[in-house]
Design a protein around this ligand. Structure first.
Ligand SMILES: CC(C)(COP(=O)(O)OP(=O)(O)OC[C@H]1O[C@@H](n2cnc3c(N)ncnc32)[C@H](O)[C@@H]1OP(=O)(O)O)[C@@H](O)C(=O)NCCC(=O)NCCS
Length: 173
């Protein structure tokens, strides 16, 4: 099975995409293309050989209040910065047909790898998600994200992602 994601293209078939969350379905059906065009987010998809979308995620540059981050992340940072740069993993969803087969984990890993790959060009301290429900919180918790009590957002520090990539891909940073 190929886990190669590509940027969302007009040729991708997305109208039948259904992940069990109407907001995430509607976003892909009618908003994602516009957001990509306006540079509000980048959208990456996994597709079948006949271009049906199996899963997708979005990434955007973002920022987070210093006080919302765990002490371990901000400990050595200059106190002058009230807002800190992060990468927002805005949406991530897998079509019902493909759930439970590792697609969600593969998309998440791909998103982390892409986010990490950009930090030498655009600074970012962590990948942040805004989980849509309790089930999403559990999914991200299972994959190492830390829940931030002040905002309900969840973060995975870039330092942790570096370590993960070192272990999994044997790439040293
Ligand atoms: C959450 C979602 C992306 C998971 O996709 P998936 O392809 O079914 O997940 P995977 O098969 O890759 O599962 C990977 C691991 O996460 C676990 N997992 C999957 N969904 C989970 C959940 N909601 N809570 C806790 N663990 C979960 C799996 O059990 C599996 O664990 P294992 O490695 O020990 O076997 C998918 O169910 C989905 O699209 N849900 C609706 C949209 C959504 O909630 N998106 C996330 C927030 S934006």
């Amino acid at each position: 099975m190929s886990w190669v994601t590509v940027p969302l293209q007009p040729s991708h078939k997305k109208k039948d995409f259904s992940c069990g969350n109407v907001m995430l379905d509607n976003y892909l059906h009618s908003q994602a293309k516009q957001d990509v065009k306006r540079k509000l987010s980048a959208c990456f998809v996994l597709v079948t050989a006949d271009s049906n979308v199996q899963g997708y995620y979005t990434l955007s540059a973002s920022s987070i209040l210093r006080g919302d981050l765990p002490e371990s992340v901000i400990a050595k940072l200059p106190p002058a910065y009230n807002y800190l740069p992060v990468t927002l993993l805005g949406r991530l969803a897998v079509d019902n047909l493909y759930k439970g087969q590792g697609f969600g984990a593969a998309l998440l890993f791909d998103a982390l790898k892409r986010s990490h790959g950009a930090i030498d060009q655009v600074g970012s301290l962590a990948v942040v998600v805004d989980p849509i429900d309790e089930s999403a919180v559990k999914f991200y918790e299972k994959h190492g994200f830390i829940l931030l009590p002040t905002s309900g957002k969840m973060v995975l520090p870039m330092a942790t992602i570096s370590y993960l990539l070192l272990i999994i891909l044997k790439v040293e940073f």
